[in-house]
Write a protein that binds this ligand. Structure first.
Ligand code: NOJ
Length: 563
């Protein structure tokens, strides 16, 4: 009988390139990760998710794979991988691997063959179309900017790439592609890995006929949205993958799914017939994007706590008892959570702890992104030359060179939104390059490393790090955190997010002040209790305090057990 251990787990995401460099080439590697396993054990996480470590030309830092069964040379060897897996398991930590199968690298042998000739046996492994009136086959924009089609002179046709032109989309309509993916998954699972994070997986089924996207902006290319996300055969393809592969192992899967509703969420994660176990939805990390603009990713609008409550509550309630949520505020594609949803200046520590409390007390499996546990912040490199992310660089090119937008304006957007905010090296200590590497890091270290680093956090009992450890421990001690039913309180409060989690005879009360002010929290009258116990909080609290009416401190977080 397969257990549901993944519900009880906390996952830690490693972005290997930026985690720890063992050989001084400036690039994080597998041996570097092995060297830090005791740190992860001490933190208390149950699962490590590794962003891709497969062979790749690194146009998109490993999300462009040229050999699914080889380790990227910069990261080490298969022997290093085997050792990492063994060392993780020895510590009781499971391993989640990234599965990137919506696309491959254009340097993958399948694509090298595919582009050779129109009658090559691999031609139909990718999505090729003739041009239309001397231009691209349709008006789809790539999610990384520009057209989603690349012209290939050798055969006078275009191939589809929803991400960069170095990432051609696989043709999942072709059963041979699906078989090859399944075989590869078996190969890794047989090595003993514990599951997959499925990259951009709800893009694998495209609308039949690849129709033009509705024209909504003045841009030449339009967001292909519903024509590529959650396509007609998505559940069938994933159901087949579950039947042929996943169901044969005691593992779990998390699907990365942009543009999903909770109905999709239920179809995908339904306890009995959903093909995956949980998903990463994007609604809460898209709250601050301006949908009315030409490029919402890069045009911000302020987010509001009321909207955050609406979004999270909808996901909590709609999946309750039927599907399962993942909980995240940051990853390698998002700016740092404390800079975005908290305050990375005066209240950095308080607000990082507040966000952590939020993440760890909702219903679902929490994901901690490397550095989040010490409250790492966004970075503001002065020029575009310091940025490494292709998406960021493409955007700069488009905004400054093509659209003529002022450089300072563009840099300010990059400072707020670039994915490189999350990709600066992990800050281990106050030595040169933050102890990440003895060489020159592939991307610069955030200059605040002398203040924000693991070594310092370890010795400070009030650090964000110790707070994470305690939160992770609480999960084991209180089944209500894992299983409890979620009920929102004070729905209309603009600064305080409060809710209860109830499981059997245990009830937890979570009070979160998402503001730098001192709002009043009034306990709703339907919550009765005779005893209260503070389980965790980010300020010291007088045990005798009356919680029926509280004046909260900036970014204050408290979790009580009520009886
Ligand atoms: C989502 C990944 O998280 C991101 O880093 C990558 O660029 C795209 N998918 C394409 O694989």
């Amino acid at each position: 009988m397969h257990g549901k251990w993944w519900k009880e787990s906390v996952v830690y995401q490693i972005y290997p390139r930026s985690f720890c460099d063992s050989n001084g080439d400036g690039i994080g590697d597998l041996r570097g990760i092995i060297a830090k396993l005791d740190y992860l054990k001490e933190l208390g996480v149950d699962v490590v998710w590794l962003s891709p470590i497969y062979q790749s030309p690194n146009a998109d830092n490993g999300y462009d794979i040229s050999d699914y069964r080889a380790i990227m040379a910069e990261f080490g060897t298969m022997a290093d991988f085997n050792k990492l897996l063994e060392q993780l398991h020895r510590r009781g930590i499971r391993l989640l691997m990234d599965l990137v199968v919506n696309h491959t690298s254009d340097e993958h042998p399948w694509f090298v063959e595919s582009r050779r000739s129109r009658d090559n046996p691999y031609r139909d492994w990718y999505i090729w179309r003739p041009g239309r009136d001397g231009r691209e086959p349709n008006n789809w924009a790539s999610l990384f900017g520009g057209s989603a089609w690349q012209y290939d002179e050798a055969t006078d046709e275009y191939y589809l790439h929803l991400f960069s032109k170095k990432q051609p989309d696989l043709n999942w309509e072709n059963p041979r592609v699906r078989e090859a993916v399944h075989e590869m998954m078996h190969w890794w699972l047989k090595k003993g890995i514990d599951g997959f994070r499925m990259d951009a997986i709800n893009l694998i089924s495209k609308a039949p006929g690849l129709p033009d996207a509705p024209v909504k902006t003045a841009n030449r290319y339009q967001f292909p949205g519903p024509h590529v996300f959650n396509g007609p055969r998505l559940l069938e393809f994933l159901g087949e993958t579950k039947r042929r592969v996943l169901s044969h192992y005691d593992i779990f899967t998390v699907a990365e799914t942009g543009l999903v509703t909770t109905e999709h969420g239920l179809d995908l994660t339904h306890e009995e017939n959903g093909p995956v176990n949980m998903l990463f939805q994007f609604e809460h990390v898209e709250m601050d994007m301006d949908d009315s603009s030409d490029s919402p990713r890069w045009n911000s609008k302020p987010w509001s706590l009321l909207e955050l409550k609406r979004i999270m509550t909808r996901w909590q309630k709609d999946l309750e008892g039927k599907g399962w949520n993942s909980l995240y505020l940051s990853n390698h594609d998002q700016p740092r959570a404390v800079s975005r949803f908290g305050d990375d200046g005066r209240y950095r520590v308080e607000s990082a702890k507040l966000l952590a409390t939020f993440l760890h007390t909702l219903h679902g499996t929490p994901y901690v992104y490397q550095g989040e546990e010490i409250g790492m912040t966004n970075v503001a490199f002065p020029t575009i030359d310091d940025y490494r992310d292709m998406e960021t660089r493409n955007m700069y090119q488009e905004f400054v060179e093509e659209k003529g937008i002022d450089r300072t304006v563009v840099m300010a957007i990059i400072h707020a939104k670039s994915r490189d905010n999350a990709r600066t090296p992990m800050q281990w200590d106050a030595s040169v390059h933050a102890g990440f590497s003895a060489g020159t890091p592939w991307i610069k270290v955030n200059p605040n490393y002398s203040e924000i680093n693991v070594q310092r956090a370890r010795t400070d009992p009030d650090s964000v790090l110790h707070y994470y450890r305690k939160l992770i421990r609480l999960r084991r001690e209180h089944p209500a955190i894992v299983h409890g039913c979620y009920d929102l309180l004070l729905e209309a409060h603009e600064q305080v997010y409060a809710f209860t989690r109830t499981w059997k005879n245990e009830r937890l009360l979570v009070i979160l002040n998402f503001s730098p002010d001192a709002p009043v929290f009034a306990l709703p009258s339907h919550i009765h209790f005779t005893n209260k116990e503070l389980l965790i909080g980010n300020y010291s609290v007088d045990t005798g305090e009356d919680i029926n009416l509280l004046t909260l401190r900036p970014y204050e977080a408290r979790v009580y057990r009520l009886r």
